[in-house]
Design a protein around this ligand. Structure first.
Ligand SMILES: [Zn+2]
Length: 355
């Protein structure tokens, strides 16, 4: 047997804890539900946040940030479980519930997908269509219909290749603001997702040279990335709009808005709305903050640009009376609902999705 890495031990620990807690919490939640009928949850919206829905989860988890991928099979299982306790609603219905303008007699759930990956068209949309579940997809407009990839995917792939090839990553990590000691410690983890996080959470002016220097060091060009990182094109988006899927803005270039200048952040917010409206010929009213980061100034910019809602990545159930520009969500991936065996666990899924 191969020796386990620190990350694998950590993961196993987390799965064991989830598996132990799940049946207990689920039992408690079921008891609680029997005391409080579903109608008491009227006015609540569980907003689920996904990124990529894939056919081959093992391959996807090897080549991607694992927190962004879920298999089509697990995605369908999630929706089936959620449907037992919640009624799926559209983003507009969810907003009406939060504003107190609509009651549906039970708790509501909303499916959201960030980043506009092409596999949403290939694998999520068929599941949504078959189950009759509405959803909203938030897209970074500058990348749609181009061969450009999201920086976090480019960085992950570059870090993976650098680790495989024994390339020293201390320099780019130090360029991202870490001390030489912390950079060395982060390199020693050999954890591509953690290193990517550090390099990605930067203003564009810092991130761009890091990307370029890594591409040069690895002699990788724009066409050398795997095709599974590709985003939707406008024809796919129009087909999904015709099929009832809603689209929202996710900035123009997926910049972390709190790290950019006010001028740049405002341009990102307004341009993403305008491009979507021009391309789809319908009003675009909903926004998702890239990486979930926002502050009061960003929130105001989004509102003043003419949006009526914005979602974050804060884990919270949206409730009647909540601020519509800070809607919390539950972020989900394949790992979220794995048990100790490493396979899908219904008990863990119930804990994550329905409590
Ligand atoms: Zn995003």
């Amino acid at each position: 047997m191969k020796a386990m890495t620190l990350n694998q031990i950590e993961l196993l620990g987390k799965r064991s804890l989830k598996s132990l807690v799940a049946p207990l919490s689920w039992g408690w939640a079921e008891t609680r539900k029997s005391w409080h009928p579903a109608s008491n949850n009227d006015g609540q919206v569980q907003i689920l946040a996904y990124h990529r829905i894939v056919a081959d989860i093992e391959q996807a988890e090897r080549n991607s940030i694992y927190g962004l991928v879920v298999s089509a099979k697990t995605f369908a299982r999630h929706l089936e479980l959620v449907r037992e306790s919640y009624e799926f609603v559209t983003i507009d219905q969810a907003l009406a519930i939060v504003r107190g303008e609509q009651r549906i007699g039970r708790a509501a759930a909303l499916v959201t997908m960030d980043d506009g990956y092409q596999d949403v068209y290939d694998y999520a949309w068929p599941v949504l269509k078959q189950m009759g579940v509405p959803a909203i997809v938030y897209v970074p407009t500058a990348l749609i219909g181009t061969t450009q990839l999201l920086d976090h995917d480019r960085l992950f792939w570059l870090v993976l290749k650098a680790l495989e090839g024994g390339l020293d990553l201390r320099e780019p990590i130090e360029a991202a603001g870490l001390s030489p000691e912390r950079a060395a410690r982060l390199c020693a983890t050999r954890d591509a997702a953690r290193v990517t996080d550090q390099l990605n959470y930067q203003p564009l002016a810092v991130r761009q040279p890091i990307l370029e220097s890594l591409e040069a060091a690895l002699a990788l060009g724009p066409t050398d990335y795997p095709s599974h990182y590709r985003l939707l094109d406008w024809a796919m988006i129009r087909e999904m709009v015709d099929g009832g899927i809603a689209f929202g803005a996710h900035s123009d270039r997926h910049l972390i808005l709190t790290l950019e200048s006010e001028v740049s952040a405002e341009r990102e917010i307004r341009r993403s709305k305008r491009v979507l409206e021009e391309q789809l010929n319908c009003p675009i009213r909903h926004f998702a903050y890239p990486n979930g980061y926002y502050n009061e100034a960003i929130r105001q910019m989004v509102e003043q640009a003419g949006f009526v809602s914005a979602t974050t990545t804060e884990r919270a159930l949206a409730k009647c009376g909540d601020a519509p520009f800070a809607l919390g969500r539950i972020s989900l991936c394949e790992e979220s609902t794995r048990g100790i065996s490493g396979r899908f666990s219904e008990a863990v899924a119930r804990l994550r999705l329905t409590v």
